[in-house]
Design a protein around this ligand. Structure first.
Ligand code: PGA
Length: 270
């Protein structure tokens, strides 16, 4: 696991976008695992800039998003419909700004009639696409990866999850309050890739920003591996994991100096 620490959110986002752009440049038909939330927005903005100014080409790229609220969603080919879904968030934050084929974008279907059957189909679709080349991840205030809340199995596959009170509180402001919904109107369930699904990706790119995340980041990276902090499963990952943090999010790491030393030494080797 490489832990990269940058001064601020902008520098963190720039680094992350470059990692994703490199994957696309090396493999134009790459399969990206994407995430929602406030953390990846800067990364998406930088990818949009690279598309516009440097010709970064998304035409053959396939994407799979981590999760979606159960009970809401959109048909990606009719994204003009208003809603609070993660599908819409992706359309507004990235897809509509780049030359991606919307038929190649996948967000779990929060309106699926049979959610359990849908979860199996989602797993099969990822497999059929050849697996995920790089999975972008945030970290929840409760340590979750995607919507794998405390207690979710570290071997779990795509499944329906009950959201914690903390996750509902964290997400209310970003997704619901602005749209005039009350806290009670938020969905309490979600469809989410499992921790096992995430660990199958060929590389991981985990981001965290701000002092609010410092304590949970330290627990995930340096504490015991536990289903109480599902992102701690990164310690079990055998592929290439890159964790990109801003200074504030890294402030409680015990081995911070070592991570910076490793980055310097690796740069000299290249
Ligand atoms: P955030 O959410 O980026 O809005 O902090 C992260 C997450 O819940 O994984």
């Amino acid at each position: 696991m490489d832990v990269i620490i940058r001064d601020d959110y902008q520098a963190m986002s720039l680094y992350a976008a470059k990692c994703i752009a490199n994957v696309i440049k090396n493999k134009p038909d790459a399969v990206l695992g994407l995430a929602t939330g406030s953390t990846p927005l800067g990364t998406y903005n930088e990818l949009i800039r690279m598309h516009r100014e440097e010709g970064l080409d998304f035409s053959l790229v396939t994407t799979f998003n981590l999760d979606e609220y159960l009970g809401i969603g959109i048909d990606m080919t009719k994204p003009y419909l208003q809603d609070q879904s993660y599908a819409r968030f992706m359309f507004e934050s990235l897809f509509k700004h780049v030359n991606i084929d919307l038929n190649r974008t996948h967000v779990p279907d929060g309106l699926a009639k049979d959610p359990t059957a849908f979860c199996e189909q989602y797993e099969a679709a990822i497999k059929d696409a050849g697996g995920i080349d790089i999975q972008l991840l945030g970290i929840g205030g409760d340590g979750h990866w995607a919507f794998n809340e405390p207690g979710a199995s570290l071997f779990s596959r795509t499944h329906v999850e009950v959201l914690t009170k903390q996750t509902l509180d964290d997400n209310y402001e970003l997704f619901y309050e602005k749209a005039g919904f009350s806290r009670d109107e938020m969905p309490h369930f979600a469809l989410t890739m499992g921790v096992g699904t995430i660990l199958d990706a060929r590389s991981l790119l985990m981001l965290a920003s701000g002092s609010k995340k410092a304590s949970v980041v330290a627990k995930a990276l340096e504490g015991p591996v536990t289903s109480q902090i599902t992102s701690s499963a990164i310690q079990l990952y055998t592929g290439h994991a890159i964790v990109v943090l801003d200074e504030e999010a890294s402030s409680e790491l015990k081995c911070k100096d070592h991570y910076s030393h490793v980055e310097k030494v690796k740069t000299q080797l290249l």
